[in-house]
Design a protein around this ligand. Sequence first.
Ligand SMILES: Cc1cc2nc3c(=O)[nH]c(=O)nc-3n(C[C@H](O)[C@H](O)[C@H](O)COP(=O)(O)OP(=O)(O)OC[C@H]3O[C@@H](n4cnc5c(N)ncnc54)[C@H](O)[C@@H]3O)c2cc1C
Length: 416
Amino acid sequence: MQGINNGDFETVVIGGGAAGIAAARRLTQFEVNCLIVEARPRLGGRAWTVTDPSGFAIDLGCGWLHSADRNPWVPIAEEQGRTIDKTPPPWRRPSLPQGFPVGRQREFLKAQEEFFSRVSERAQREPDVAAATLLLPDCPWNNLINAIGTYISGAEFDRVSARDFDNFDDTGLNWRIVEGYGTTIAACGHALPNVLDCPVTRIDHSASRLKIETARGTIVADQAIVTIPTNVLAQTENLFAPLLPEKTQAAQNLPLGLADKLFLALDRADEFETDSRMFGATDKIGTATYHFRPFGRSQIEVYFGGRHAANLEAGGDSAFFDFAASELTGLLGSDFARRVKPIHIHRWAADPFARGSYSYALPGMADCRATLAVPVDDRLFFAGEACSTGDFSTAHGAWVTGVAAADQVIRARLRN
Ligand SMILES: Cc1cc2nc3c(=O)[nH]c(=O)nc-3n(C[C@H](O)[C@H](O)[C@H](O)COP(=O)(O)OP(=O)(O)OC[C@H]3O[C@@H](n4cnc5c(N)ncnc54)[C@H](O)[C@@H]3O)c2cc1C
């Protein structure tokens, strides 16, 4: 491993995901001498595209360009010559009728809409509450509403702040990139100065210049932008010297929920409509959602969330496939098991540089997003999806916070 001892930069960007790449790109445009220091052997972080055995790009992390009409990754993808797919997402269409007749779907959608309205009405009143308190006690759809909560937030509504959930701002337009969202984000970082395989272990801000200790040596810098995911930030002991308890506390209050995607190869896929969807069960929180033929491919993208995903992670990769096979055969017949084969799964909670999928706020803790984003001493700056008050949990939210932190650095450099 090559050392980087005595590296000296104006600004170090810690973490090469969407936020870090956005920050470094902005700094470079303003001719700030910067370096992205990334723990993994690749750029992109929770944006990660791999190639399946048929040569298709599959996104193990972010896949949807949410709020596509104002998403800064759209023009970047276009500049890169990527193919943008504008097919409406499966969750905007009726589900397949297996186990969920259309009349029941209507009842469910009404119950879900009414729940979201109750959350909206209550969200900005004091005190903040867990969103689950706004479920009606005897509503037969609470489990499915909660299951969907685990896909949106990575956590069941008993853990999620109603205010924070309501603060999420989405224009309702969702597109995809055929070559991969992860491919696009990582490609945006490739031309920027970066060092990979280089976890930061300590940020010493006790002297006039920062000392950033890494697995490959120490770097000196005037400023740093920290984009480490909240679960890693909260769980890395002595990351800051002196300690920054308010940052650790804010990160603890904005934990990463869990969402994991399993990709299956599907034999005789033509039986299913492109981009259609089915729930494994409609009466349990611990179920999966099945997206058939994403982009028209002979595949199923299976989405798992919350405590259910965490329990399956404990059983290893095969637990996800076994669970999906059992739900699919329950609804589509025992022969269906012979038609599916696992292609890829990534267990995000077990990933040491993420330890989860995307952030939510604990009840009462929505303000922690702003607390996390506040600079320290005009030289430690913070970015990452969890710092966004309206676009949290997304790759475009991460981008916006990265650019904002870079602009803070540029202003600080003019002052100092
Ligand atoms: C399964 C899944 C599905 C998703 N779906 C969508 C979606 O459809 N649309 C959407 O917009 N978003 C989605 N997201 C969320 C989106 O991927 C993230 O919000 C976004 O990528 C976060 O970017 P970030 O820069 O804030 O953090 P990260 O991408 O996590 O970047 C932080 C970087 O810091 C690095 N790091 C960690 N520790 C250290 C250390 N000690 N030293 C140096 N580097 C370190 C990490 O390796 C990482 O590269 C999804 C995520 C997952 C997991």
